[in-house]
Design a protein around this ligand. Structure first.
Ligand SMILES: [Zn+2]
Length: 65
């Protein structure tokens, strides 16, 4: 059982957020997009959505172009 369909726009939006909201580097743990300390709120929320979507799918997380 999962909360979001892995193909839903909610999940694809979360994936896009995670792609843009990530630490600048190992040495600079601030978000490259919004500048907040990583993980920023956007990244945390997106990660939670992905986790909720992948609870029922072992293969979640790959396949995005
Ligand atoms: Zn951010």
């Amino acid at each position: 059982m999962y909360l979001f369909d892995a193909d839903s726009v909610v999940v694809s939006t979360a994936t896009e957020l995670l792609r843009t909201h990530h630490p600048v580097s190992v040495d600079d743990q601030s978000c490259a997009n919004c500048g907040d300390p990583a993980p920023c709120e956007a990244a945390v929320n997106a990660r939670q959505i992905q986790a909720a979507a992948s609870l029922g799918a072992d293969s979640a997380g790959g396949g995005f172009a």
